[in-house]
Design a protein around this ligand. Structure first.
Ligand code: ADP
Ligand code: GLC
Length: 494
């Protein structure tokens, strides 16, 4: 294969902007394909069609596929639509599995019990699309929901002439979510008992889809350099560190980019006023606007405003925030938080707002416009995550001049540089130990720099000038795709 020939890249994931989203994975799937297409590649993406997926004039490409799971036949359809930047989108349309209130979790807050069947069907449709409609040079799968695709390629589909030799790349966006199920999931999702061994999908008596992907894919990536090292340790590997250590030569960390056409205060249409590093006036307008959104009157608008936009989950350090809050709120500061997730953390935030009505504002919701307004209106952005594979919000914050205070883990450590008062360099404030006192120390340091407006503006501008656009990261994925695809064509010509 010539170096310059365009590659055909098939991407499979369970969510992607603008069609579906619960978190950062969707942002990545919304941006990476277009960037690869801009580099001259032919790119297609497969997603499920959920109730929240809004499609304008899709085409029904395959009215009925036959997918066998356990003893049952299912008949999903495949829809298609050309998206921005010439990317082709395929949607697995199967209402019994995907036409539901939310993506993964039922009304009672627990995972849908048929998730193994749902995403086994999805992973199989990816392969049928690859065979019939796209004939890719590489298949790039994301997270456990697409994890059976690389497994099936090396097992049930291993002798399929149309798929043979196509390399699979698997990206871990969060190793805390593995797709672990009771053993009966194996048969229900149409997998053979042969796969239920320690070397394959078995994990402490359960079936683990993510483990399967890590064992069977040709290459593993994750979304920051630091996280690629962390997940190979017991502290961060969620039990899969051994599997990863065995594959250590085939793991790389490629930092996510961000989409600055969506997340940049100089063009953002969701915020009250636009601004840029050489004219920050609009940021004060945004601060006033977001304070109003949270019901704070204009008084004390000189107090620093600390923002949070987050899934409320253990991962994101909600416990550290509530533990640090009492002491933090003895100062003249305001805290605004937007998020939703685990009921226990939602309750913690609600309680804080009740106890400090003049200082704390909380919205339990998923609200993209408000997320933009917080990024623009806050002075600081808090992300004290226990672990963070990449994290996008701190990168958005940099561009909005909203100085991040973060725990030095994963992508947070890779993207935020500690402010150094001697040299005037740095973009934020970091702490290492998972401890409220250490988080407070970083916050107090940030607050003391904030009180010196010239210094604070310097930190803001240092961050605003950073460039985390997709160009660089998409180039790294492309190099990897080429390396793997070349190996494939070399082995075919031997
Ligand atoms: P994760 O994927 O672990 O949740 P990231 O920082 O990678 O974390 O990405 C989170 C994405 O989801 C960002 O685009 C963020 O703005 C968005 N987001 C998270 N919670 C909310 C919410 N409650 N309302 C609106 N957007 C949210
Ligand atoms: C995951 C991670 C987050 C990352 C996102 C996109 O949800 O928790 O850190 O930014 O995926 O890769």
């Amino acid at each position: 294969m010539k170096k310059s020939s365009p590659l055909k890249i098939l991407i499979a994931a369970s969510e992607g902007v603008p069609y579906s989203k619960t978190g950062g994975l969707a942002d990545v799937i919304g941006a990476l394909p277009g960037e690869l297409s801009g580099l001259g590649m032919q790119v297609a993406v497969v997603l499920p069609r959920y109730r929240q997926t809004k499609l304008d004039k899709p085409k029904i490409l395959i009215p009925s596929l036959t997918v066998s799971l356990g003893n049952t036949l299912h008949f999903p359809a495949i829809w298609t639509k050309k998206g921005k930047e010439d990317v082709e989108w395929f949607f697995v349309d199967y209402p019994p599995f995907f036409d539901r209130d939310s993506l993964y979790v039922g009304r009672d807050g627990t995972d849908y019990p048929d998730n193994p069947e749902r995403y086994s069907l999805f992973s199989r449709c990816v392969l049928e699309i690859a065979k019939r409609e796209f004939q890719p040079d590489v298949i790039h799968c994301h997270d456990w929901q697409a994890g059976l695709t690389p497994v099936l390629m090396k097992t049930a589909y291993a002798s399929d002439p149309l798929l043979s030799g196509i390399p699979s790349i698997f990206t871990i966006h969060n190793i805390g979510y593995q797709g672990q199920f009771p053993t009966d999931a194996l048969l229900k999702s149409g997998l053979s008992w042969d796969l239920f061994t320690k070397e394959r999908l078995e994990f402490y008596g359960k079936v683990n889809f993510l483990k399967g992907a890590l064992v069977y894919s040709d290459w593993i990536t994750t979304v920051s350099r630091k996280y690629s090292q962390e997940i190979q340790t017991a502290e961060y590997g969620f039990g899969l560190e051994g599997v990863l250590q065995e594959r250590t030569g085939r793991i790389s960390g490629i930092l996510n980019g961000v989409d600055y056409s969506e997340w940049d205060p100089s063009v953002d249409r969701l915020i009250a006023a636009n601004y840029n590093p050489s004219n920050l006036a609009g940021k004060a307008v945004c601060k006033k606007d977001v304070m109003e959104q949270f019901g704070f009157k204009d008084k004390n608008s000189d107090w620093p405003l600390l923002g949070i936009v987050s899934r409320f989950a253990q991962q994101k350090g909600a416990d550290l925030i509530t533990a640090a809050a009492e002491q933090l709120l003895t100062r003249n500061v305001r805290l605004i938080a937007l998020g939703s997730g685990e009921p226990v953390y939602e309750a913690m935030f609600r309680d804080l707002a009740k106890r400090y009505p003049d200082k704390v504002g909380v919205k339990i919701a998923y609200d993209n416009t408000l997320a933009h307004k917080i990024e623009a209106g806050a002075d600081m952005f808090l992300m004290p995550s226990h672990y963070e594979p990449c994290g996008l919000n701190q990168i958005y914050s940099l561009r909005y001049g909203t100085v991040p205070v973060v725990r030095a883990t994963g992508g947070l450590d890779d993207t935020i540089e500690e402010y150094n008062p001697n040299t005037g360099t740095g973009t934020g404030f970091k702490f290492s130990k998972v401890a409220a006192e250490d988080f407070l120390k970083a916050l107090f340091k940030a607050l003391s720099v904030y009180s010196d407006s010239a210094k604070w503006k310097l930190v803001m501008r240092n961050g605003m000038k950073k460039d985390f656009s997709w160009k660089n990261s998409a180039g790294q994925y492309l190099d990897l795709y080429r390396k793997l695809a070349q190996k494939k064509s070399a082995s075919k010509t031997q």
